[in-house]
Each structure stands twice: as C-alpha cells, then as structure tokens.
Ligand binder design. Structure first.
Ligand SMILES: Nc1nc2c(ncn2[C@@H]2O[C@H](COP(=O)(O)OP(=O)(O)OP(=O)(O)O)[C@@H](O)[C@H]2O)c(=O)[nH]1
Ligand SMILES: [Mg+2]
Length: 203
C-alpha cells in the first residue's frame, strides 16, 4: 500500500523493477535517471559488484505531479536478478506498490525469464501479496536483438495476469518511459479507488 503522510502532504509509492539477471533492469533505471530533469530526481544509488551486476538494489527517487493535492513521490528500485540473491529480492519488494517485470526477449533466456517470473510470485506470496493486486507492467526488453521471441509469444508465455506490455530497448531508452508511466498510472488509480482514510497506511 502507498504510504500517505498527511502531515507532510506526501504520498509515496514503491515501484520495483524485477526480472532475470542481465535482463536490463539497471539499464532501464539508469536511462530514467539520465533523462528526467534535475528538479524531480534524487540521487541514483546503486549497490553493485565490481562487474556492475546488481548486488542488492538500485534506487532512484522521483517527485512528480500532485495526486489529490498530495506531493507524489515514486521510489524506484531494481532487484538483483542473479538467482543466489533471493534474500535481497525479498527485502527490496517489501511494501511494493507496482512492478515493472523486465523480460529479456532473447530465445535462449526463456528459462531464466520463467524462473524469475515464478520467483516473483513466490516472494510476493511470502509477504501476503499477489501480482493480481499490485500494479504490474511487462517490459519486453532487448527488442533491438535478432534472436528474440515475438511479443505475442512472450505475452502467451509470461503474461498470466493480462497485464499491459511494452516493447523496449533499455540501451536507447525506447519504451522505458512508456512502461514507467503505465505502472505509475496503475498505482495512482488504485489509491484513488481506495476509501479515503485519515490514518496513514503502512509501506
Ligand atoms: N542489446 C541490448 N542490450 C541491453 C538492453 N538492455 C540492457 N542491455 C545490456 O544487458 C546487460 C545487462 O543489463 P543490466 O541492466 O545490468 O541487467 P540487470 O537486469 O540489471 O541485471 P542484474 O543486475 O544482474 O539483475 C548490459 O550489458 C546492458 O548494456 C537492450 O535493450 N538491448
Ligand atoms: Mg541490475
């Protein structure tokens, strides 16, 4: 659930980029960091290995338009995709409002994509969440490569929730903001649908 701080006039959403290792999560968030104007962004914090593989997370705070008169902050995170870092993934998804699931479109990454997708469901279930109750967008990444599945095939194989999908090339940024906009719209819509309360909800 979004964290609403009425005293500060703020609403905070947590958006997590999830997906298999080397799929393009960090590249996506780095592109967003480069392109958004300095007034709306904080520092991009990355905890990575020497080879620039995500070890714990990347984190980028953005402050966007007002929702119901509240300043709206989006806290963007990536998880480490390497299978051995599941404990980190579990920590990062605590209190998540929306997920951009980044898929490596290459044919030889199908098993890794499926493993990451099932892992997302498991980790959400462990914290009492479900992709069905959260914002969720599938970002079909690496569309610039040649040995890739069609988007229709990826949709059939990996979109069990009928979620919106976006084709992307995170290297050049194509589709990256489309995916971000879709997930932010979903999480804002879910707050607007919720009954207003004077009590802050927890994140
Ligand atoms: N050709 C191509 N390469 C990409 C694209 N997106 C990312 N890459 C490359 O894929 C590699 C991995 O990208 P990352 O963004 O680090 O992947 P990640 O999902 O954060 O990986 P982990 O941190 O290990 O989970 C890098 O060499 C990127 O430059 C893309 O759209 N097209
Ligand atoms: Mg990464």
């Amino acid at each position: 659930m979004a964290l609403i701080n009425l005293a500060a006039g703020e609403i905070n959403y947590k958006i997590v980029y999830y997906g298999c290792a080397l799929g393009g999560k960090t590249t996506s968030i780095q592109y967003i960091y480069r392109k958004v104007n300095p007034q709306v962004k904080g520092k991009l914090v990355s905890i990575a290995t020497e080879e620039e593989r995500t070890l714990y997370f990347d984190f980028l705070p953005l402050t966007l338009e007002k929702v119901r008169g509240l300043k709206t902050r989006f806290h963007l995170y990536t998880v480490p995709g390497q299978p051995q870092y599941n404990a980190s993934r579990k920590l990062v998804i605590q209190g998540v409002d929306g997920i951009v699931f980044v898929i490596d479109s290459q044919i030889d990454r199908l098993d890794d994509n499926i493993e990451a997708y099932l892992n997302m469901w498991d980790n959400l279930a462990d914290q009492g969440d479900s992709p069905l109750d959260l914002g969720l967008v599938l970002q079909f990444n690496k569309r610039d490569l040649t040995n890739i599945f069609s988007s229709a095939d990826l949709n059939e194989l990996l979109n069990q929730t009928g979620s919106p999908t976006v084709e992307s090339c995170a290297l050049t940024g194509v589709g990256v903001f489309d995916a971000l906009k879709l997930v932010t719209k979903q999480v804002i819509a879910s707050t607007e649908a919720a009954t207003p309360t004077s009590e802050p909800s927890s994140c």
